[in-house]
Ligand binder design. Structure first.
Ligand code: FAD
Ligand code: FES
Length: 273
C-alpha cells in the first residue's frame, strides 16, 4: 500500500478513477486505481499486487521515496446514486478499487452488501475499512482460511437468491471473476457494472491498446470506462487481448528476478533523498 502526497490529484479524484504511474526513467506506464483519497491532507492511496517487473520495482520503494510521474485522475468516475440495495464485490486486488465505491454508495444512502474475497487469508486486506461503510459484509477465501470457503460468486449467488430485490451489482477483480458474476446476475436481469483492466499504454484514448467490445461497439476502457455494463462485455476477447504480451512480460520478469538483489540496491540508492 502506498500513501502518496499529490494534492492536486487528491482534490480532483472520484471513485472509479485511476492513475498512470511511471516509477523511474526506464519504467513503463502502468495504470493503478486510486483506492482512497483525502483532499484535505492532499494524499491518495494505491494498493498494488506485485505481478511483474513494474509492480515489483514499485514494491522496492520505501517511505519517503518518490514516484517519477503520476498522471490522473483518469477514466470516468463510477456512477454514484441512490439505487436502493447494492451488492459490491471485490476480488483479490479488486478489494482496493471497490472500497471507494462502497464508501460513496453508502454516503448516497444505499443499503450496501459488500462481498470481498481472495485465494487465501494472507491476500485479504481492508476488511475493517470495507465493513465500516457496509450494512453487511461477506468474506470468502478459495481455501476456507478466512470467512466462507469458496468464490465471491458463491456469495453473490446466495445474496441474489436470498434478497427479494437487488438493484445494482458492481464487481471488480480478475476478469474471470467479473465474467462469472455477470453470469450469475444475467438470469435475474440485475444491472451489473464491471471495471475492466485491459492493457493500457497512453490512457488518453490515442493508442487503441485498451479497446474492448461492449455490445456491438468498440470502446476504449481508458476514456469510455473503465466501468461498463457486465452483461454486454466480450470477456473472452478481453482475456485474449490481455495475453498479447505474455512472452515479453515473462522475459522482463525473469531478468528482473535475476537482477532483483542488484535492482534493490541501485533502486534504493537512486531513490534515497
Ligand atoms: C484501470 C486499471 C486499474 C488498475 N488498478 C490496479 C490496482 O489498483 N492495483 C494493481 O495491483 N493493479 C491494477 N491494475 C493492473 C496493473 O496495471 C498491472 O498489474 C500492471 O500494469 C502490471 O505491470 P507489471 O510490469 O508489474 O507486470 P507485467 O509482467 O507487465 O504484467 C502482468 C499482468 O498485468 C497486466 N498488465 C501489464 N501491463 C499492463 C498495463 N499497462 N495495463 C493493464 N494491465 C497490464 C498483464 O495483462 C499481465 O497479465 C489496473 C489495471 C487497469 C487497466
Ligand atoms: S490506453 Fe491507449 S487508447 Fe486507451
Amino acid at each position: 500500500m502506498f500513501v502518496v502526497e499529490t494534492p492536486r490529484i487528491a482534490r480532483k479524484s472520484k471513485p472509479g478513477q485511476f492513475l498512470v504511474v511511471r516509477v523511474d526513467e526506464r519504467g513503463e506506464r502502468i495504470p493503478l486505481t486510486i483506492a482512497d483519497s483525502d483532499a484535505e491532507k492532499g494524499i491518495i492511496t494505491l494498493v498494488i499486487q506485485e505481478v511483474g517487473k513494474s509492480t515489483i520495482r514499485m514494491g522496492v520503494l520505501r517511505e519517503g521515496d518518490t514516484l517519477l510521474d503520476l498522471v490522473g485522475p483518469l477514466g470516468k468516475p463510477s456512477h454514484i446514486d441512490y439505487f436502493g440495495k447494492v451488492v459490491l464485490v471485490g476480488g483479490g486486488i479488486g478489494i482496493a478499487p471497490i472500497y471507494p465505491v462502497v464508501k460513496a454508495m453508502k454516503y448516497a444512502g444505499n443499503s450496501v452488501v459488500s462481498i470481498i474475497g481472495a485465494r487465501t487469508k494472507e491476500l485479504l486486506f481492508w476488511e475493517d475499512k470495507v465493513k465500516e461503510f457496509s450494512d453487511e459484509l461477506l468474506v470468502t477465501t478459495d481455501d476456507g482460511s478466512c470467512g466462507h470457503k469458496g468464490f465471491v460468486t458463491d456469495a453473490v449467488r446466495e445474496v441474489v437468491s436470498r434478497e427479494p430485490q437487488v438493484d445494482l451489482v458492481v464487481a471488480i477483480g480478475p476478469v474471470i471473476m467479473m465474467k462469472a458474476v455477470a453470469e450469475v446476475t444475467r438470469g435475474p436481469a440485475i444491472q451489473t457494472i464491471v471495471s475492466l483492466n485491459p492493457i493500457m499504454v497512453d490512457a488518453t484514448g490515442m493508442c487503441g491498446g485498451c479497446r474492448v467490445t461492449v455490445g456491438d461497439r468498440t470502446k476504449f476502457a481508458c476514456v469510455d470506462g473503465p466501468e461498463f455494463d457486465g452483461h454486454l462485455v466480450d470477456f473472452d476477447e478481453l482475456m485474449r487481448r490481455r495475453k498479447m504480451y505474455v512472452d515479453e512480460e515473462k522475459t522482463a520478469l525473469q531478468k528482473c528476478r535475476l537482477n532483483h538483489v542488484a535492482t534493490q540496491h541501485t533502486f534504493r540508492a537512486e531513490h534515497k533523498g
